[in-house]
Structures are given as C-alpha cells and as structure tokens.
Design a protein around this ligand. Structure first.
Ligand code: ADP
Ligand code: MG
Length: 454
C-alpha cells in the first residue's frame, strides 16, 4: 500500500472526492416533525438535537481514567417528541433504510419493562436512555450521587421520531448523538426544563453511558456522551475520565488558517466484535499487575514521557519478580504502552492548547504519534485508516489520526484551509489505487452541545 503523491500531481488529476454537506438542521427538523405527525397522528411538542464528536487524543483510555480531548462537531441527531401518559415509549428512525441500522421496525416498549437483554438493535440506544435515567435518578449507577430530577414517573411515556445527520457507524459517535438527543427530549418532556445545567448534563451523560453499557451491551467509557452533552462551540474539552470533570480549551485552528478534516473511510467493520472489551480487559490486567485501581493512577498528576517509560519499566520488573498476569503478556504490555503514552500526549496537547497561539505543528506531530500508537500498540487500525493518514500526511496535513474505536471508522486531520481540496483529492486517489471503498469527506467545527432547537 502506498499513498505517496507525485510532486507534479494537481487536483485535476484525481477523481472528485465526495463531500458530506453541512447539515441543514432546521429544514431536517421541520421535515421530521411532519413525519412525526403522519406516523403518530398528532403534532410533536418539540425537537431536540445532539451532536456527534471527534477526539484529538485519548483513545482507549477513558475506561482507565485518562484524559480525552473531544469536541462536539456540527453534525447532529434530531429527536422529535411528544409525551404519553401510559408508560409506553415508541420510536421510529429515518435511518431505517440504512444498511448500518440492522433493525428497522418501529419499536415500542413499556419503560418499566426495559432491562438488560430484552431490547435488540438500534432501539436499545433509545429505550436504554429511559432505563439509564431511572437508574441515575435512584443512585444505582456509578454517578457519584442520586439525581432524582432524571427519574421518569411510572405513567410517563413518549412518542419519538429520530433522524441523524451524523454518518452512522463512522466513528463520529452517531450512537451517542442518538442517546443524547433522546435523553434531552425525555428530560425536557418530563420536567419542562429545556436548559439543563452542567450538573444535570453530566448526570444525563451517565444515563446515556449506562444505556450503551447495559442495554446495548457496548462496553464504552463515557467520552462520546460527555462531548455530546457538555461541549461549547469553538472549544475542545479536556475531559478527565477519573471524575468526568472538564476544562474547556478555546482553541480555534481557523485563526491559524487551519481546519479539521474528517475522512469516513467506510471500511467494513470486520473483526471488531469483542475487540474493545479485550483491549479493556488487557488494560485492567496491567493495572492489576501495577496494583493500581486504574492505569491513570500509575502516573503522576501531570505526567511526562519519562513517567510513561518508568511505568513500563515497573511493569516489566513486577512480572520478572513473579506478579500474576491474567492476560497475554505481550499484548498487555503493548496496551499498557499505548495507555501511558496516550495519556501523556493528551496532557501535552491540552497544555499546548492553553496557550494563546498554540503551536499547531507540534499538535499535528502528536496526532501522528497517537495514530502510530493506535496502529502498533493498541492494534485497532485497518489498512484504510492507515492509508487515510498516510495520504493526508503526504499531501501536507500537519497531522492525522484515527478517531474513536478503530476497526474502520474515520480519520481526523489538521490541514490548512487552502489545502483541503487537494488533500481530499489525494486521499481519494490513494483509496482508488488500493481498491478501497470510496471515502467520504467532512470538515468539522467544534460546536455546541445538545439542546432543544424547536
Ligand atoms: P458510531 O457511534 O461511531 O456512529 P456505533 O457502532 O457506536 O458507531 O453506533 C452505530 C449504531 O447506532 C447503529 O448501528 C445504530 O444501531 C445506532 N444508530 C445511530 N444513529 C441512529 C439512527 N439515526 N437511527 C437508528 N439507529 C441509529
Ligand atoms: Mg458509537
């Protein structure tokens, strides 16, 4: 596989890249409201929108208490809703003809009947949120305190219709966008509060995370839901996954003539089943050897590359003197190295973004190191992801890396505004040369969190 560009290539030499247009959210909301009326025979009471996210650093470290650097992007999932008084939750999705949404029936359940193992397919993301809200309300989740405001009374029900402008299954968090728009709609319908504060948003993010962990059965760590519910426009979140505290980093690459380009590789999700969970198990096994609750606890408060190296040395030493390891030794060491270096890179980027004029070239280099770590140590990339990164770099991107869990999905690149078209063309050509599916291109802007829009 090679994505080297000839020095003389011009954009005209390449096939035209396919861009995902900017989402026309209000028009989609109005169309969805009409669909709602046709389906349910009554008018909806409102429309809620929640975004997907990108992540600059901190992949596969949220469950280890590491720092992530997500931002919400401008592509949202919409939920149009009206309340019911019979405890029933109904949902339909406009994506029912989408190959990535396996189960296309209109779905229905009594909220009281929702429990792990009973709801299949995409409806799990929706029903799971109602279940998760009740769980957080009564203090049964890992959220530090019970948040009774999230509780849904037994008689509470709702009719929902959803539509996503986030590419689905592309690593840009359509699942969190779906959960979070549903959560905001149910919360608003039940309480009349259209402007939940940050504390409530944090609790709603936990409810959405519980939905994904227990009702859908995906072992994810809360990064996506936090970004979708707690981001601010123009800012990157420094999210401390030990306690879900966030620091907001105003960091606008446009001031330096740069932008974020996402490439949805559309690579088929092969081999992904169980891989996220096995990475997590290996990280937990490494933490057990190091005798720390999570891998974040193996590093000091403000970790450096030397600290990361010292942890690896300690791990090797402990195994030499007979510490017990429950997972494969070589794999566990690789995952540990990824976790340590990734946590350090997050801190380095966050430090850089605190400055008034960040050194974006430095940030770009760290993105590339992050990708290499995802490829070589976490071992979650596929040829399409590596080719997209190579293609971006050979066409002059400052940096590029896989976003999210890997095994397909998207790459995010930091590119100069004037080179965006040439860069997309280069990646397009590279994909064609390698016989990959045609990728999709999006420019991403750090955008506001989920909210009621109508
Ligand atoms: P990502 O979150 O990166 O897009 P996931 O695999 O986590 O990828 O989530 C994708 C799944 O989320 C889909 O297969 C589907 O079950 C569900 N989903 C997301 N958006 C929608 C939607 N608009 N309608 C129905 N299901 C959706
Ligand atoms: Mg997801």
């Amino acid at each position: 596989m090679s994505c080297e560009l000839s020095e003389t290539a011009t954009p005209e030499d390449f096939a035209r890249p396919r861009w995902v247009g900017q989402p026309d959210v209000l028009e989609r909301a109005q169309r969805l409201s009409q669909k709602f009326e046709e389906a349910y025979g009554r008018a909806p009471v409102g429309v809620w929108a929640a975004p997907g996210r990108a992540n600059l650093m901190g992949e596969y470290v949220d469950f280890s208490g590491g720092m992530c650097l997500p931002f919400a992007h401008q592509y949202v999932t919409l939920t149009v809703a009206a309340p019911r008084e019979d405890g029933v939750l109904n949902a339909q999705s406009m994506q029912d003809a989408d190959e990535s949404v396996a189960d296309d029936r209109p779905r229905s359940t009594r909220i009281d009947d929702i429990e792990p193992g009973v709801i299949s397919g995409w409806f799990g993301y929706v029903a799971g949120v109602a279940w998760g809200m009740n769980r957080v309300a009564r203090g049964a989740s890992a959220h530090p305190v019970a948040v009774p405001e999230l509780g849904l009374p037994t008689s509470f029900g709702a009719d929902l219709m959803v539509d996503s402008t986030v590419p689905i299954g592309a690593g840009l968090a359509s699942s969190a966008a779906l959960e979070c728009s549903v959560a905001l709609s149910l919360f608003s319908l039940n309480t009349g509060n259209d402007h939940p504060n940050d504390a409530l948003r944090r609790a709603l993010a936990r409810a959405c995370m519980d939905a994904e962990n227990y009702i859908v059965g995906a072992n994810t760590g809360g990064l996506d839901q936090t970004a979708s519910l707690r981001s601010h426009a123009g800012e990157i979140l420094a999210l401390d996954c030990r306690d879900f505290d966030v620091v907001r980093l105003p960091a606008d690459p446009a001031l330096a003539g740069l932008t974020w380009l996402a490439i949805d590789t559309r690579a088929p999700h092969k081999l992904a089943d169980g891989q996220y969970s096995s990475r997590r198990a290996e990280c937990e096994a490494a933490a057990a050897v190091l005798d720390v609750p999570t891998l974040r606890d193996a590093l000091p408060e403000h970790p450096t590359p030397d600290d990361a190296a010292a942890v690896l040395d300690r791990f090797d030493h402990l195994l030499e003197v007979g510490a017990e390891l429950t997972e494969d030794r070589e794999n566990t060491r690789l995952r540990l190295r990824h976790s340590m270096t990734e946590m350090v890179r997050s801190v380095q980027i966050a430090d850089e973004l605190h400055s008034d004029s960040p050194d974006w070239a430095f940030v770009g280099r760290l993105l590339v190191e992050g990708h290499e770590s995802m490829r070589d140590d976490c071992e979650v990339t596929v040829p399409e992801l590596d080719a997209a990164v190579d293609g971006c770099l050979s066409a002059g991107a400052l940096g590029a890396k896989v976003v999210g869990g890997g095994f397909g999905g998207s790459v995010i690149a930091l590119v100069s505004l004037e080179s965006v078209d040439r860069l997309a063309a280069a990646v397009q050509l590279c994909f064609a040369q390698n016989g990959f599916r045609e990728p999709l291109f999006l420019t991403l802007q750090p955008s506001e969190a989920g909210r009621r829009i109508l």
